[in-house]
Design a protein around this ligand. Structure first.
Ligand SMILES: Nc1ncnc2c1ncn2[C@@H]1O[C@H](COP(=O)(O)OP(=O)(O)OP(=O)(O)O)[C@@H](O)[C@H]1O
Ligand SMILES: [Mg+2]
Length: 440
């Protein structure tokens, strides 16, 4: 039986006791008044019964009061224990969350924050209470947050926002939700912010956008390549005709040969573009990755020498074949080597290695230079089509996006790490790591 039912039952019992005692008391008085001739014994008996029941009523009333008070006391103790447990559970939840959780007032000063947030900024929660957002976040981020907080105070509605913070060398994207905390009257008293690291999903999102950009670029390239292919065929055809008419040792013959060579080179480029645009057609091709590396090295060796760039090759022998078209892999290596050479200007070391990964499941190719490196703020953009830091005429910004497209087409991965002169003690330079799938 719960406490409410017990109270009800006790109340009914008390009313019955009180009614009986009151009835007996009234009866004694009435009997005393109406029957002055009744025997003294019956009067005394009735009077005693009345007094007894009256006392019983008063006693039970006092007992009930005391019992009820105790019950209420227990109830309050129970409820406070429950509230304490609840509070503790929420505290543990908030404290163990690897999310940024904090509340701020209207002026953007911290009212509370969890240990994760405080630890991230190198302190303990009590250190930051009362301090403004701009103490922890950059001016730009804090300004944006303050605007949102003001809107939440004004409209009393939650708001979402994404912002980037820099921690050492890393850039972290946070997805934040700003929610109003209201009092009983519905007035906003503070804003609760829960922010989560969304760097990975942001990267995926960017990759998806790049893939889309590449797809549309592929379509564009295919159109252009198709248009160029026909006149190119005609140029080569007529060159062939003229070659037949010329003396082999004549100057004209040599000139026509140059036209033919360049024309064939254009044809190869156009074919490459068309192949790139036709996604998925040649994904079942395989090659020994050392072959395109060696052939590209043959081509660029001279220009590396001229630029005082030392080449250090470390190619594992007898590597299994990897998924990828040989010519496209040449293009990948050439793009990365060209970028490395451009970053080293007139001096440096270029390391190229190939090896099996630790699980013997993939082939890993590493191309590393000790050039000027990539600024951290550009790291997210280097695979974007048309992103370049080179001046006009020096680069189109397509090299890495095409490289990324080719590697992804063959289920491989490409990643980049880079240090500039401002990256602390880390050696300056850029490393591209490619993993390629082995033929089953
Ligand atoms: N090894 C590297 N060292 C330093 N910066 C690099 C390196 N590789 C790429 N980058 C940076 O990434 C940008 C994009 O490279 P990407 O190859 O896509 O285009 P690009 O070299 O500028 O032009 P393109 O290759 O089309 O001629 C470069 O402009 C450069 O800023
Ligand atoms: Mg390039």
């Amino acid at each position: 039986m719960n406490i409410q039912n017990r109270l009800k039952l006790t109340r009914v019992a008390l009313i019955i006791v009180w009614s009986i005692s009151f009835f007996c008391f009234v009866m004694t008085l009435m009997t005393g008044m109406q029957s002055p001739h009744a025997g003294p014994n019956s009067f005394v008996w009735l009077q005693s019964l009345g007094i007894f029941t009256l006392l019983l009523g008063i006693g039970s009333g006092l007992f009930y009061g005391r019992w009820r008070f105790r019950g209420l006391q227990n109830q309050i103790a129970d409820q406070s224990k429950k509230i304490k447990r609840c509070k503790e559970r929420y505290r543990v939840l908030v404290e163990s969350a690897e999310d940024f959780i904090f509340t701020v007032d209207r002026s953007g000063r911290f009212r509370s924050l969890n240990s994760f947030t405080a630890a991230f900024f190198g302190g303990v929660p009590s250190q930051f209470i009362g301090r403004p957002l701009s103490d922890l976040f950059s001016h730009e981020v804090a300004g944006k947050q303050l605007k949102l907080i003001k809107s939440v105070f004004q409209f009393g509605k939650s708001m979402r926002h994404e912002f980037m913070i820099v921690s050492g060398e890393y850039q972290i994207w946070l997805g934040a939700n700003f929610m109003p905390r209201k009092d009983e009257k519905g007035n906003v008293i503070s804003v609760l912010c829960i922010a989560r690291d969304i760097t990975e999903s942001k990267k995926l999102e960017n990759q998806l956008i790049n893939t889309e950009k590449l797809a549309s670029m592929g379509t564009l390239a295919a159109g252009v390549a198709h248009e160029i292919n026909n006149p190119l065929g005609i140029i080569l055809g007529f060159t062939d005709l003229l070659l037949e008419k010329c003396e082999k040792n004549s100057q004209s013959y040599q000139d026509l040969k140059t036209i033919e060579r360049q024309g064939l080179h254009c044809k190869a480029v156009v074919e490459n573009l068309l192949r790139f645009a036709r996604h998925g057609e040649d994904i079942y091709e395989y090659c020994d990755i050392n072959k395109p590396i060696r052939s590209i090295m043959e081509v660029v060796k001279h220009s590396l020498d001229m630029n005082n760039i030392e080449l250090r090759l470390s190619l594992a022998p007898d590597l299994p074949e990897v998924k990828g078209n040989l010519r496209q892999m040449q293009q990948v290596i050439l793009n990365l080597v060209n970028n490395a050479a451009a970053a080293m200007k007139n001096e440096g070391v270029l390391w190229i290695s190939s090896a099996l990964d630790a699980n013997n499941e993939k082939v890993v190719v590493i191309i590393r230079d000790n050039g000027h490196g990539i600024q951290p703020e550009y790291m997210d953009k280097i695979f974007d089509p048309f992103f370049t830091t080179k001046s006009e005429g020096e680069g189109t910004g397509l090299g890495l996006s095409i490289t990324h497209g080719i590697i992804s087409k063959y289920d491989g991965t490409i990643s980049c790490e880079s240090n500039t002169a401002n990256s602390g003690n880390n050696p300056r330079g850029t490393t591209f790591k490619i993993t390629l799938r082995i033929r089953d």
